[in-house]
Design a protein around this ligand. Structure first.
Ligand code: PHE
Length: 365
């Protein structure tokens, strides 16, 4: 080895290092030069065989070469590391330090919300939740409820019927939740206290009627039950539901084949800023009455139809439109958007997730 060789290799060494395309290439270059069998390592070894004069002349050059190559490799490695990091930053999106995106959360539908509220209120009063099929037979939906064959509610234009079955059974979409009264009395020993919320169907469609709607049925069967129990229960329920104590009810005599006596129940409201608000003085200049449900003492024939002795067992029942309750509580004026599934409508009425109005207190709270 001589000085000329070292100086000509110098530039070549450095440009090879500077143009290494990857960390793997750079490492291969490092091993080829500075490794145990590397070219520069070999040059260093030649120093041992030189005369003192030669060593004095060549030693500094060889050491300078090794130093320059070492520095060039370190520089190139730093540059390649940075390129690799930039590439990762450009392609990898996972940043554990960023807050999690909330995504698109679901929300509770007003009808589901009101059903939960009803279950909560009546649970405080000792009522269980009962259910029944939406596809009913006409015995549970009409006959057992003392609704005569000739009753207009049985007509095709009010009730959705299925094609006649071979065994002569007439199946239909239940027109009210009252068949759950029958199923409960037939399957359960009194005393009975249930509510039965669910879907009901009638051939009807305008701003306040949809072919599918929701009702909640209430039923109490026990000894010595009278209209006073009915009135107190409804008052307690309505006050808890609308979260106001200044609510009055008006029971008007009415007729249902399955209750005797029967009463339609109106709730007092007052006009506030162009809106009907439940509560206040219904007899005052801003007040009025609005019908919210049908009720009565369960007809002795209905009790007998279920295999119970009407001389021993009495009770009351009521049936109430859930959609109507939701409209009154949350200020909606059209029933149809309830079933359009339009998120803007839900958000408008405050039914976005985590923002759902909840009952602030139970009964008596
Ligand atoms: N089933 C009746 C209706 O749908 C309501 C009702 C239920 C009335 C229970 C009295 C007792 O209109």
């Amino acid at each position: 080895m001589n000085g000329a060789l070292v100086s000509t290799e110098y530039q070549a060494e450095l440009s090879e290092i500077a143009s290494a395309a990857s960390l793997a290439d750079l490492e291969a270059i490092r091993v080829a030069k500075l490794g145990k069998a590397g070219t520069i390592t070999a040059l260093l070894k030649t120093l041992g065989g030189m005369t003192p004069e030669q060593r004095q002349a060549e030693g500094p050059k060889i050491h300078a070469l090794r130093e320059a190559v070492t520095v060039a490799i370190a520089d190139r490695k730093a540059a390649l590391d940075e390129v690799a990091l930039d590439a990762r930053l450009a392609t990898e999106k996972l940043d554990m330090s960023l807050p999690v995106s909330p995504g698109a959360p679901g929300s509770v539908h007003p009808v589901a919300q009101v059903m939960d509220e009803l279950a909560e209120i009546f649970a405080d009063l000792g009522f269980a939740v009962a259910t029944g099929p939406e596809i009913e037979d006409d015995w549970h939906n009409f006959t057992a409820l003392n609704i005569p064959e000739t009753h207009p509610a049985r007509a095709m234009h009010d009730t959705f019927y299925f094609p006649d079955k071979e065994d002569g059974k007439k199946m239909l979409l239940r027109t009210h939740t009252s068949p759950v009264q029958i199923r409960t009395m037939m399957n359960q020993e009194p005393p009975i206290r249930i509510i039965a919320p669910g879907r009901t169907y009638r051939s009807d469609s305008d701003a306040t009627h949809t072919p599918m709607f929701h009702q909640v049925e209430g039923l109490v069967i026990d000894r010595g039950i009278h209209m006073g129990h009915l009135k107190w229960t409804l008052e307690t329920f309505v006050k808890a539901f609308f979260e106001r104590d200044d609510i009055v009810l008006r029971l008007r005599p009415s007729f249902f084949p399955f209750t005797e006596p029967s009463a339609e129940v109106d709730v007092g409201f007052t006009w506030e800023k162009g809106r009907r608000v439940i509560g206040g003085d219904p007899t005052g200049p801003n007040g009025g009455w609005m019908e919210i449900l049908g009720s009565g003492m369960v007809h002795p024939k209905v009790i007998a139809n279920c295999g119970l002795d009407p001389d021993e067992w009495q009770g009351f029942a009521f049936g109430c439109g859930i959609d109507r309750l939701a409209m009154l509580k949350y200020g909606m004026d059209d029933l149809r958007p309830f079933f359009d599934g339009d998120l803007r409508w839900l958000k408008h009425y405050g039914f976005a997730a985590l923002d759902v109005p909840t009952l602030s207190g139970g009964v008596g709270a």
